[in-house]
Design a protein around this ligand. Structure first.
Ligand code: SF4
Length: 310
């Protein structure tokens, strides 16, 4: 997919449970991660919440990731909507699902998302008496991080700036910015509210989020290298579990951040970003990698060349 400043390099797909044949089609189309949230692992509640319709079959929904992997997709993303049922049941279900995928398919989840019930036009969190306090929510994030250390953890703009900032310190590794949850939302200049799937609590622009992340001491990374280098599934997992992946993540983060700074950032964010990059480059332990990363960053700054990666 082409954009004036380069190509969209990875498209993750979040669609309802489907057949092995359809997952094969998605794989052939070159998708990145296939994401499907369980909503609730509690079968009784699940069936009450889906009395009819295509999602009614609990087993079909719950076994979707197995079919996706049988169809050749080796990066899958799990998630449960905390707040529908008791958190302890959901927490155990989520970890058992991760354990099952690793044991049966040989690869655990690529990502775990942690949505919780929040306000939307047609959802009143007060009618769900299982809603989580911020403190409990953060404890769950920390426990998932400890239990599944190799997995990317995602927090969305459903959560506000404060909770997102705290969650980043507890194990969240991926964070969205400037999300729109309404149909066709990205084509509108202003955020349309009428068809939103849920309330977006963090309404900052992407530039504001990137700037804030750097002020918090993080390196915003737009890296998609693993998927494009074929480091997916069990190959990715072994690099992740041994910690060797950091040798790629760190320089790739600095190079993709440079692309963002050059092509999209405000002046303020660009100035801060280059300070961060200068300091972080010094921390790359391997001399050769450090030199190549520095050279590539100069190419990005001074030419149209993009898409360097380790
Ligand atoms: S190199 Fe690191 S940041 Fe880049 S895609 Fe792989 S795991 Fe993600």
């Amino acid at each position: 997919m082409h954009h004036k400043n380069g190509d969209i390099r990875r498209v993750n797909v979040n669609i309802a449970a489907t057949t092995v044949e359809n997952y094969k089609k998605l794989k052939d189309a070159g998708i990145g991660t296939y994401i499907l949230f369980q909503e609730t692992y509690n079968k009784k509640s699940y069936l009450e919440l889906h009395p009819t319709g295509p999602k009614h079959d609990y087993d079909y929904h719950t076994e979707a990731m197995d079919r996706a992997m049988q169809g050749g997709i080796d990066d899958v993303g799990l998630g449960v909507l905390f707040g529908l049922e008791g958190y302890d049941y959901e927490f155990a279900g989520l970890l058992m699902h991760a354990e099952h995928l690793e044991a049966v398919q040989g690869v655990g989840p690529h990502t775990i998302s942690v949505p919780r019930v929040k306000h939307a036009d047609d959802i009143d969190p007060n009618v769900f008496d299982n809603s989580l306090s911020d403190e409990l929510f953060k404890k769950i994030i920390a426990c998932i991080r400890i239990a599944v250390p190799y997995t990317g953890m995602i927090i969305s703009t459903r959560e506000g700036e404060k909770v997102r900032g705290e969650a980043l310190e507890l194990g969240i590794s991926q964070i969205s910015g400037a999300s729109r949850t309404s149909v066709g939302g990205y084509t509108e200049k202003e955020r349309p509210h009428d068809s939103e799937q849920f309330d977006v609590s963090d309404q900052r622009s992407l530039d504001e989020v990137v700037n804030w992340l750097m002020q918090c001491g993080h390196i915003p990374s737009f890296c998609t290298a693993c998927y494009r280098e074929g480091r997916t599934g069990d190959r990715f997992m072994s690099l992740c579990k041994s910690g060797q992946i950091l040798n790629c993540c760190h320089p790739n983060a600095l190079m993709t951040l440079t692309e963002y700074l050059e092509d999209y950032a405000s002046e303020d964010t660009r100035a801060l970003g280059y300070k961060v990059i200068e300091e972080e480059l010094k921390k790359i332990p391997n001399e050769k990698v450090r030199a190549i990363a520095g050279e590539n960053i100069n190419y990005i700054k001074n030419s149209d060349r993009r898409d360097f990666r380790f």
